[in-house]
Ligand binder design. Structure first.
Ligand code: ADP
Ligand code: MG
Length: 695
């Protein structure tokens, strides 16, 4: 391997390349745009485009593409080559500023939730100057935002950038008001930890359910699951280790700070964590990470499953969104710090986040809602569907004493027990981290743990940024004109914690007692996507989006429709696949085995033996086959019924309550059959094959 610093970012048109290849004035102009949002002039774009093309073609690139993130959940690209005819039957390689800045892909085949009438197919992609261009598959990829003709966002990047701006403005303004006049910019930072499964590709290709839906729709539990806890942090198997080395190398070339890798709890499950970066970059990089995981796995004869719940009864995969805010002066706003004065500021931010999480718990829940993630949340392997916050014992005690108006007693160690004022110095939390909390304070950042592994981190960060921006604006309004700022700050902290303490929970989030307790506290328990989504368009939520210029009302409605539709579509595909596999693969296999048993029965009878075992087995198989056939018939009927429902919410509800239940009934019988039918007759790789075949 080349030396890593040299390898790192070698496929990225990054700051180093720009400094080396751009005229000084162009380089300065670009930085002005990135840092201060100054509009980019066409003559600057022309120079950058030309330098990009030279660099990219020297690296072997032949095409360029505007790389964007439509509402489909994956990234999109349309490749154009650099070639341009010179009028003499030959070509030159060309790339103009106009092509760099703006593209016009046909938008009619991307989900728009009714925003864009089909006759108005035009959409625009616009260069996101703040995210570096890079080379992938001999193509220069330019990160872009995607708009409709009338200016509405059709993607996941545009609202994210808007939410980052809202938070920047709100936090900067707030810091200026509370006395930090030198702060002029606040950025949100994110480190997303990514979980995934690796299985053998040959096995994958024999499972139509994995191919069409990303998860197994059938499969009896294996004899060995994750009960031995022998996989977590275990030694990496050779094939996995080879994959990971290759994966890291590809990510490093793309300038992605891949840092930590290890085995996860479930067999065949692994995790990758990068070093955190600005939210926008972290989002682009996480999309690329998911894409690369699949690509590199393929090269190693493996398949990477990013689905939230590929195997029933085995832990699913999530994504931990580590989130913080930092200033242009180098402060992490969620660092508790050692000195009491800075603690007031920390406590103000903690209070703001507490209020934001409490008031917008519904939106946080919406941001992690999907048909796939419904299988995980609340299944005692991931946080429940109830949003709450963990702040640890020490911060918890501080918040309690603030609310009670008492002096906080700090327990630094067993020999020292100091009485301190309301503004104590405190160390980072030393208590065991609470792994069950959906939103946990982990020393100098919050870790939002409800995200599914296949999610774009854009959605959850849009909500976090918008909700916190909103509350900081309210805080600014409260403190702007007060006479005694210091007292007002303390009052605001106390008042906020008192009102929103209900969202703080430091106990075991997986327990049934918590579900009861949360109900008493009036916290929402939106168990499924269909329960959660309607809160997206609640008036208070539309207000927070429009006020902070993150979404227009029309955009919120369109996203609501897209999400509902996506939910129904996913279950529809799963239902059709279930019916297909059950009737065309499983039932015939069970019957073939039954045939074999019956043949043996005949043979025994011919020689005068009593076929008692065969009789029992044949009867058992017959009953199961009949039940399977009846359940498939019901499922097919329910799928047909679903197609008749026009209202999108009623449609989604029907899929959740009726179609999903019907699929589960089919599966239950098929899984029983799996344990009865002779192994050589069973046509699908089993859970054991899928989970334990990679060495
Ligand atoms: P865990 O125990 O959950 O694996 P780590 O300490 O390894 O936690 O960190 C997890 C992630 O948090 C990493 O991606 C790391 O870069 C990120 N992280 C650390 N500090 C910050 C911060 N200030 N803002 C955002 N993410 C951060
Ligand atoms: Mg974590």
């Amino acid at each position: 391997m080349k030396n890593i610093p040299e390898l790192f970012g070698s496929k990225v048109f990054n700051d180093k390349v720009m400094q080396a290849r751009l005229p000084k004035s162009t380089y300065k102009a670009i930085n002005e745009t990135v840092e201060n949002g100054k509009p980019l002039e066409l003559h600057v774009a022309n120079v950058v485009a030309n330098a990009m093309k030279d660099w990219a073609t020297e690296m072997g690139a032949t095409h360029f593409t505007h790389w964007f993130q439509p509402m489909t959940g994956i990234t999109a690209e349309k490749h154009d080559s650099f070639i341009s005819p010179n009028g003499k039957g030959q070509i030159i390689m060309e790339f103009s500023g106009k092509e760099l800045v703006k593209g016009e892909p046909d938008a009619s085949s991307f989900p728009s939730g009714g925003l864009r009438a089909t006759f108005e197919a035009r959409g625009y992609t616009v260069w996101d100057v703040s995210s570096y261009a890079f080379i992938k598959d001999d193509t220069l990829c330019i990160p872009t935002a995607f708009y409709s003709y009338s200016g509405e966002a059709l993607d996941k990047k545009t609202p994210l950038l808007r939410s980052m701006e809202a938070l920047d403005k709100a936090a900067t303004n707030f810091l200026n008001i509370i006395g930090q006049s030198e702060v002029s910019k606040v950025t949100t930072t994110v480190g997303p930890e990514q979980e995934y499964f690796l299985i053998d590709k040959e096995m994958f290709l024999k499972r139509p359910d994995l191919i069409f839906t990303g998860r197994t729709l059938f499969g009896a539990r294996p004899s060995k699951g994750q009960e031995m806890d022998d996989h977590y942090f275990g030694t990496l198997k050779t094939r996995v280790s080879d994959f990971m080395k290759d994966f890291d190398t590809e990510l490093w070339k793309l300038g992605i700070f891949s840092k930590t890798k290890h085995n996860e709890v479930a067999p065949a499950q692994h995790e990758l964590a990068p070093i955190f970066s600005t939210t926008n970059i972290a989002t682009d990089h996480n999309q690329l990470t998911m894409e690369m995981a699949k690509k590199v796995a393929n090269r190693h004869g493996l398949t990477c499953l990013l689905h939230e719940k590929p195997f029933a009864g085995v832990n699913g995969s999530g994504k931990h969104n580590n989130w913080s805010m930092s200033t242009n002066t180098g402060q992490n706003l969620l660092e508790p710090g050692k000195n009491p004065a800075s603690n007031v500021q920390f406590l103000l931010f903690l209070a703001a986040i507490t209020k934001a999480v409490d008031e917008y718990q519904d939106l946080l829940r919406v941001s992690v809602a999907s048909a796939a993630n419904d299988h995980r949340l609340g299944a005692h392997e991931a946080p429940p569907a109830i949003v709450s916050m963990f702040i640890g014992d020490e911060l918890g005690a501080i918040v309690d004493s603030i609310i009670a108006g008492k002096t906080y007693k700090q327990n630094l160690d067993s020999t020292m027990n100091t009485e301190l004022s309301i503004l104590p110095t405190f160390k980072k939390d030393t208590t065991d981290r609470n792994r069950t909390s959906p939103f946990a304070f982990t020393g100098n950042k919050f870790e939002f743990r409800m995200l599914g592994s296949a999610f774009s981190i854009s959605g959850p960060n849009i909500i976090l940024n918008t909700a916190v921006a909103q509350v900081l604006n309210e805080f600014s309004d409260k403190l702007r004109y007060v006479k005694d700022l210091e007292t007002a700050k303390l009052d605001l902290i106390k008042d906020t914690f008192t009102k929103h303490q209900r969202i703080i929970f430091n106990g075991n989030n997986y327990s049934d007692e918590w579900v009861e307790e949360a109900k008493k506290r009036g916290l929402l328990n939106l168990k499924t996507t269909v329960d959660a989504l309607p809160t997206f368009i609640a008036p208070k939520n539309i207000e927070v989006f429009t006020k902070n210029h993150v979404f227009t009302e029309a955009e919120v409605h369109s996203r609501y429709e897209i999400l509902l539709e996506e939910y129904s579509k996913i279950i529809n595909i799963e239902a059709l696949t279930t019916s297909d596999i059950a009737s065309r693969i499983i039932l015939p296999a069970a019957m073939a085995y039954q045939q074999e048993v019956l043949d043996l029965m005949d043979k025994k009878m011919v020689v005068g033996m009593n076929p008692k075992t065969e009789k029992i087995i044949a009867e058992e198989l017959d009953t199961l086959c009949f039940d399977l056939y009846s359940e498939i018939t019901k499922l097919d009927y329910n799928i047909e019924q679903a197609h008749k429902i026009e209202d999108s919410l009623a449609h989604a509800k029907f899929y959740r309550d009726t179609v999903l239940a019907s699929m589960n009934a089919v599966r239950a019988i098929a899984d029983k059959l799996e344990l009865k039918v002779g192994a050589k007759f069973w046509p699908l790789p089993t859970y054991g094959d899928l989970l334990y075949s990679v060495n």
